[in-house]
Design a protein around this ligand. Structure first.
Ligand code: SAH
Length: 377
């Protein structure tokens, strides 16, 4: 092993060790909007309240999208007071909205109760509105081309903090959200328990009731958690960020590849399909001269052809801190055609909102950089 590889592998091991302690931890018991209806019913019983209060509160939070206890008309002041004493009430503060003049895509910057900021994106498609949410403040996965990971992980988001990105956007746009993708900042499998709780709340018939089939979770490939998710047999779509076709190349782009081999990943993807019957999505960001050649397309086809899957090709979004260059349009088309000739379904992801801070995590970074500059001056 070369010294640089050794260094990478050490980083990856450290990442996973930290993960394993973080995985078990659930910290949302005192956060009202993070509780399921059943948990809220238990909470009401413990407070000596009537059971129907749980449903009322739940509907105020998850159906009528109340921003505050003040909005809840039929809840007695005494119950609101008890809730205030025992629970936090999460409502994200919208700091900024950028709207694309090209396609109406909107990027939102939200402030959390502790002053951290996260970003989300709203996209309008023919088949409905889609929101891309963040699952963590920052990220520790260290993918080389990604802006979200440059400062590491700050903390996990609570289930309510994931949900409220969608709620606040629904209120701001006045339109129903039909699709949710967990593809913003963060690694959702690194915040697994909160992710599952979030999905339960999001898809619950007493809340926004978004269909599981309209939820996509994207991961860099944390194998044990992908397996656990498969065992849940949810009807959500799992997207795997592949980006390379050999372990050697993948390690250069994604430190997580030092921990899990492509062989293990492919077996896990097959297992996900076996358990859920859901077609997988592979994300493949094309970087000029790094992973976009004819050989790469052929290797990719060989790697995934036995799986029921779809490939999303994303011309890499350059970030100023790294020197990755986007593949040429002709290389992207040729790559797509090669996959299709081999019977693999592929689409080139339309670049939404090119004119507003493009890549994942850039809006948040810009905000932090500006705040730091102001502090210094
Ligand atoms: N951590 C998860 C989800 C967040 S990233 C994951 O790794 O899948 C969402 C997707 O955007 C991933 O496929 C990621 O690799 C990709 N991505 C991140 N930065 C990018 C960039 N600058 N250009 C293109 N794709 C990028």
């Amino acid at each position: 092993m070369k010294p640089s590889e050794l260094e990478q592998s050490k980083t990856a091991t450290k990442v996973i060790k930290q993960n394993e302690t973080a995985f078990g931890e659930t910290v949302y018991h005192t956060d009202l909007k993070s509780l399921t209806l059943a948990q809220l019913q238990t909470a009401m019983a413990e407070m000596g309240e009537k059971p129907f209060r749980a449903k009322q509160l739940y509907e105020w939070m998850h159906k009528k999208l109340a921003r505050d206890y003040e909005d809840m008309k039929n809840i007695p002041a005494s119950l609101k007071e008890k809730c205030r004493e025992r629970y936090t009430y999460t409502s994200l503060h919208m700091l900024q909205v950028q709207e694309s003049a090209i396609d109406g895509t909107k990027k939102y910057l939200f402030e959390l109760a502790d002053g951290n900021v996260v970003e989300s994106v709203w996209m309008k498609y023919k088949h409905g509105n889609s929101v891309c949410i963040s699952s963590q403040v920052g990220c520790r996965m260290g993918c080389r081309f990604c802006a979200s990971t440059l400062d590491g992980l700050e903390r996990n988001l609570l289930p309510s903090e994931m949900l409220d990105q969608i709620y606040a956007i629904t209120l701001e746009t006045g339109e129903r959200v039909s699709n949710v993708v967990v593809m913003g900042t963060g690694e959702p499998m690194d915040n697994y328990d909160h992710l599952l709780q979030f999905i339960e709340l999001l898809t619950d018939e007493n809340g926004l009731h978004i269909s599981q089939r309209n939820v996509t979770v994207s991961t860099c490939g944390i194998v044990p958690k992908m397996r656990e998710l498969a065992d849940q047999k949810l009807q959500i779509t799992l997207a795997l960020s592949l980006h390379a076709t050999t372990d050697e190349k993948r390690k250069k782009l994604m430190p997580i590849a030092n921990r899990y081999s492509l062989d293990e990943l492919m077996k896990t993807c097959a297992y996900y399909f076996e358990q859920t019957g859901r077609r997988l999505t592979f994300e493949y960001s094309l970087v000029r001269g790094v992973n976009d050649t004819k050989e790469d397309a052929e290797e990719l086809s060989a790697l995934i052809k036995h799986l029921n899957c779809h490939v999303n090709l994303i011309p890499v979004n350059p970030i100023k801190e790294r020197d990755f260059v986007q593949s040429e349009r002709s290389a992207v088309e040729a790559f797509k055609n090669r996959l299709e000739q081999r019977g693999i379904n592929a689409t080139v992801r339309r670049e939404m909102g090119r004119d507003i801070d493009g890549a994942c995590g850039q809006l948040r970074r810009r905000h932090i950089e500006t705040a730091e500059k102001q502090d210094k001056s």
